[in-house]
Design a protein around this ligand. Structure first.
Ligand SMILES: C[S@@+](CC[C@H](N)C(=O)[O-])C[C@H]1O[C@@H](n2cnc3c(N)ncnc32)[C@H](O)[C@@H]1O
Length: 311
């Protein structure tokens, strides 16, 4: 069996090398022969270990929420503007990426639990692939945020997630960073209760991680002391007016030098809300702090996660 594994791995490596030019093959050869790959391999293993508690939390959360991870008390409406304005009840499938990763989704499709396509005019073969959206960030995206995008050392820093939902960002920050204070602000009480249960069940330090049941526009004091603000697209949850109100509020209270992590370009967000001119000087885009770790990720997958600094 071991021999088969080695043969398969060699075959895969050869396949990859065959796609590269001579110079790149030499660089890879040097990386292996000098032994420096060992350090990177160790980093990858550490990353895989960090994912374990997140996976365990996902498994614990699954029976606590409906399959689509949308609560009965929520009103989730496809947005009127922006890159998700084409989503509707018929063409969109909500799968929570924190609970179900790509492999899980493939398994669900195989089992017939979810469908990949919808019929454009019933009965015919004129079908179309469903748009898949997630209301939470995936485990991998969270690791990318804390192991590539943000500074490695968040000692003494406060992180706040706007609309913390199932708590994915909070747990990511808890296990993948040394941030001192991790705060989730969530408007839906049912979701706050779920996060509190997980925090308790996993014996997390309540001095370090907490959930505030509130509209984010009511927590001025928490925003003022925040060093890292995380905002996952809010389009399905707020109308245009509320969305603008939230950004104006954040601009008023977030301190200079604070970081903003967003999973859509802020240019696109401000443009679709028609407030680009008003916000143009508020922030500037930043390069990832831990660029050496990029090789541990399929970077293209996370090209929509941006880091900004408040000016
Ligand atoms: C896209 S989800 C974000 C989930 C989470 N941050 C993550 O990335 O995994 C947006 C969340 O924001 C919450 N929300 C909407 N409006 C809010 C507001 N004004 N204040 C606080 N939370 C809000 C919604 O209830 C929803 O759970």
């Amino acid at each position: 069996m071991a021999e088969v594994n080695v043969i398969n791995t060699k075959s895969q490596i050869l396949e990859i090398l065959s796609e590269l030019n001579v110079d790149d093959v030499q660089t890879i050869e040097k990386w292996i022969c000098s032994g420096s790959y060992k350090e990177d391999l160790q980093k990858l293993k550490t990353l895989q270990d960090l994912e374990k508690p997140l996976k365990k939390i996902g498994t614990t959360l699954k029976p606590m929420v409906p399959f689509k991870a949308e609560m009965p008390t929520e009103t989730i409406i496809p947005p009127e503007v922006g890159d998700q304005a084409d989503c509707n009840e018929v063409n969109t499938l909500h799968i929570d990426e924190f609970l179900y990763d790509v492999k899980d989704v493939e398994k669900l499709i195989k089992k017939g639990k979810i469908k990949k396509y919808y019929c454009k005019d019933c009965g015919s073969r004129n079908s179309e692939e469903l748009i898949v959206t997630s209301h939470s960030m995936s485990r991998k995206a969270l690791q990318y945020i804390f192991k590539v995008l943000l500074p490695a050392d968040l000692k003494g820093k406060q992180l706040l997630d706007v609309g913390s939902r199932l708590g994915a960002v909070l747990y990511g920050a808890y296990y993948c960073s040394n941030a001192a204070k991790i705060i989730g602000v969530e408007i839906n009480k049912e979701l706050c209760d779920i996060q509190d249960k997980i925090i308790k069940q996993f014996s997390m330090d309540k001095n370090r991680i907490l959930v505030e049941h509130s509209d984010v526009t009511n927590v001025e004091n928490l925003i003022k002391t925040t060093d890292i603000l995380v905002v996952n697209v809010l389009d399905f949850f707020v109308d245009i007016q509320k969305h603008i109100e939230i950004w104006r509020f954040l601009r008023k209270h977030l301190k200079k030098g604070a970081h903003l992590v967003a999973n859509r370009s802020m240019v696109d967000t401000f443009n679709c809300l028609d407030i680009f001119e008003e916000f143009i000087d508020w922030l500037t885009i930043c390069k990832p702090y831990q660029i050496d770790n990029e090789m541990l990720f399929d970077v293209e997958e996370y090209s929509e996660i941006y880091l900004y600094t408040i000016m």
